[in-house]
Design a binder for this molecule. Structure first.
Ligand SMILES: Cc1cc2nc3c(=O)[nH]c(=O)nc-3n(C[C@H](O)[C@H](O)[C@H](O)COP(=O)(O)O)c2cc1C
Length: 356
């Protein structure tokens, strides 16, 4: 694919999608303030670059749960991703494998997790929404382990499905929506710390808790044996009026205190955004809507191209900050400021507004 910039990818995505699918992609809950705050938070940091360090070689590779990451970027779970490109989770899997990053495969996308595992072998994390009882969950986790998934991710910020008014007004229900809602609407809502203890006590697969927003819960995760803490507000699609995830990150990093990896998502759209997350202590950063935009723009090849551009951006930012290795990114390389422009979901792609 010959996309030269992420702008072109977003523009192509918009041209390819109908209004219902576009709004499903960009939308959030209620007033969408959590969506906007994710960007506001990221745009509230500027770099304090250092000079005269040799940056002729920049290393941006790392690992998570023993899997190599060519860049510290993760592809978050996306339900119904098949509405953006028919290959769905399998296309994302192909791009992730070819580029060298980890995909989180959502339990509410197609094809099913066992099919993706068979068609695209390789390290991958499985994310589950609980829609039935614990026995059902146990069976799925056992099958995910059997299929070779290297981590099991429980999303805990979806106690109930939020009100996404763009979708409500159009009567749009994502095709996998019925798989999120159980008949009595309560399996997700009933989850609690006993669920975590049960999984840790029953299965030998790293457990990732996605949707942590405060230090208290991060600490409890680590005490409960959770293997990775995932800071997320679901891209602003669940609780409205949350903090930006980049603003929640430092207290979580402090509470976790290096005992397990911390990952973050929410508003990260550019390589420089990823660098900001790493400066504040994240081990890797998820880019959800970018994944969706690339899928809509051209499936696996476009996603691969998006990752190449993000890699270029990360390495360029690091070089211009005088940093040649991820381990040297730290909070002293940043400072708080005022964002320059109003925050919105695509604020990181300002040329779109100019018609490019
Ligand atoms: C279209 C769409 C579908 C999503 N589906 C899921 C899902 O099935 N499971 C989940 O844990 N998170 C889901 N998320 C949230 C993402 O995993 C991720 O947390 C979020 O997109 C990160 O914010 P960003 O889009 O600003 O990068 C979804 C997000 C989008 C945009």
């Amino acid at each position: 694919m010959d996309f030269r910039t992420l702008h072109e990818i977003a523009k192509q995505a918009k041209a390819n999608l109908n209004k219902a699918h576009w709004d499903y992609l960009i939308g959030g809950a209620d007033t969408e303030s959590s969506v906007k705050r994710n960007r506001y938070g990221l745009d509230s940091w500027v770099f304090r670059p250092r000079v005269l360090n040799d940056v002729s070689e920049v290393n941006a590779s790392t690992e998570l749960l023993g899997a190599p990451l060519r860049i510290p970027v993760l592809l978050p779970p996306i339900g119904s991703v098949q509405v953006f490109e028919e290959g769905g989770g399998e296309s994302v899997a192909s791009a992730a494998r070819e580029f060298g990053v980890l995909q989180f495969l959502s339990s509410v996308c197609l094809p099913d997790f066992d099919v993706v595992a068979e068609r695209v072998p390789g390290p991958r994390i499985f994310q589950l929404y609980l829609v039935k009882d614990q026995g059902w969950m146990d069976d799925i986790i056992a099958r995910a382990v059997e299929c070779g998934y290297i981590g099991f991710c429980l999303t805990v910020d979806t106690q109930t499905y939020s009100r996404r008014e763009r979708d409500i007004l159009k009567g749009f229900v994502p095709p996998s929506g019925s798989r999120i809602e159980d008949p009595d609407h309560s399996s997700q809502a009933r989850m609690n710390w006993d669920t975590v203890a049960h999984i840790k006590g029953s299965f030998d697969i790293p457990l990732i808790i996605k949707g942590v927003a405060v230090a208290e819960d991060a600490k409890r995760c680590v005490e409960s044996g959770v293997d990775v803490v995932y800071v997320s507000n679901h891209g602003g699609r669940q609780l409205d009026h949350t903090r930006a995830c980049i603003d929640a990150l430092p207290e979580v990093v402090e509470a976790v205190d290096g005992r397990v990896p911390v990952i973050v998502d929410g508003g990260f759209m550019r390589g420089a955004d990823v660098v900001k997350g790493l400066c504040l202590g994240a081990d890797a950063v998820g880019m959800g809507r970018l994944e969706c935009l690339a899928m809509a723009a051209g499936g696996a090849p476009a996603l691969l191209r998006a990752l190449e551009i993000v890699e270029h951006e990360i390495k360029t930012s690091m070089a211009l900050m005088g940093i040649n290795d991820l381990k040297d990114l730290n909070p002293s390389l940043m400072e708080r400021t005022q964002p320059l422009t109003p925050s919105h979901v695509l604020a990181a792609l300002p040329l779109l507004e100019e018609g490019y």
